[in-house]
Design a protein around this ligand. Structure first.
Ligand code: DGL
Length: 277
């Protein structure tokens, strides 16, 4: 193996999202692959992605991937469900490094673990409207019945920190009402923010519904991919700067505070960059 290929394993992983939500994915990568370096970009100037068009999300994602490549990343994780739904398949052929999204790992586990083939999916309007979870689940379990429900109010509630507030519980009850009337046995939390509402969702749906967290499944998938391609960082490389670096397109301080409320490590700064340049 040439020197440059050997060194590739010490390069960071690029992770991006429309804002803070993808930190739930970064957090899982930190837990499951503790030696990996991460370059995270949160598009805080242009969030939300969930209500924007496929064309816009593809353009934004292409700009971000370009930025991450200037940082020498060895692989890219599209942490945003909406960007995974709208942009991933268009952008994959444009890249020479591996890129994975959050939809496929979550959908695959749901398809394989559901016993009665009735699966609920919650996400942004974009993700649910794209039907990507339905299509992907059915590629593994052709007869599956998939019920999608956009839950747009969850994102601002999570960012407000109202994870178990009575208002959040009431809104969740309304959103989940149709699932309570059906007999789904699996629910995919198909938006970056939703795993932070896990206990609220569990309280409403009870124990008979298995909650699938695409952030967790994506980190597992990333681990498999790095192993297959001999790209796992064994920690033997030279120390080159911070293990985790964060970039945003706006509101760096707010981002940093949110990150410090959910990550297993303390971040000192999020650097502001002009992503459109
Ligand atoms: N990150 C987005 C997602 O997972 C949610 C926030 C947004 O709408 O930008 O779809």
């Amino acid at each position: 193996m040439s020197q440059s290929l050997e060194n590739r394993k010490y390069a960071p992983i690029g992770v991006f999202d429309s804002g803070v939500g993808g930190l739930t994915v970064a957090r899982e990568i930190m837990r499951q692959l503790p030696k990996e370096r991460i370059i995270y970009f949160g598009d805080t100037a242009r969030v939300p992605y969930g209500s924007k068009s496929r064309e816009t999300i593809t353009r934004y994602s292409r700009q971000i991937i370009h930025f991450l490549q200037t940082k020498g990343v060895k692989a890219i994780v599209v942490a945003c469900n909406t960007a995974s739904a709208f942009a991933l398949e268009t952008l994959r052929p444009e890249l020479s490094i591996p890129i994975i999204g959050v939809v496929e790992p979550g959908a695959r586990v749901a398809a394989r673990t559901s016993k009665n083939g009735k699966i609920g999916v919650i996400g942004t309007e974009g993700t649910i409207g794209s039907q990507i979870y339905t299509t992907t689940i059915r590629s593994y379990a052709p007869g599956a019945e998939v019920i999608g429900k956009p839950c747009p109010l969850f994102v601002p509630l999570v960012e407000e920190g109202w994870l178990k507030d009575p208002i959040t519980v009431e809104i969740a009850r309304r959103y989940l009402d149709s699932f309570l009337k059906s007999d789904i046995d699996t629910l995919i939390m198909g938006c970056t923010h939703y795993p932070l509402l896990r206990s609220t969702l569990r309280g409403i749906l009870g124990d008979r519904v298995n909650l699938v967290n695409p952030a967790y499944e994506t980190a597992r998938c990333l681990k498999e991919l790095l192993e297959e391609q001999d790209l796992v960082n064994d920690g033997a490389g030279e120390e080159t700067g911070l293990q985790y670096q964060f970039y945003v397109s706006d509101a760096a301080e707010k981002f940093k505070n949110f990150a410090n409320s959910i990550l297993p490590c303390e971040i000192e700064e999020a650097q502001l960059i002009q992503i459109e340049e």
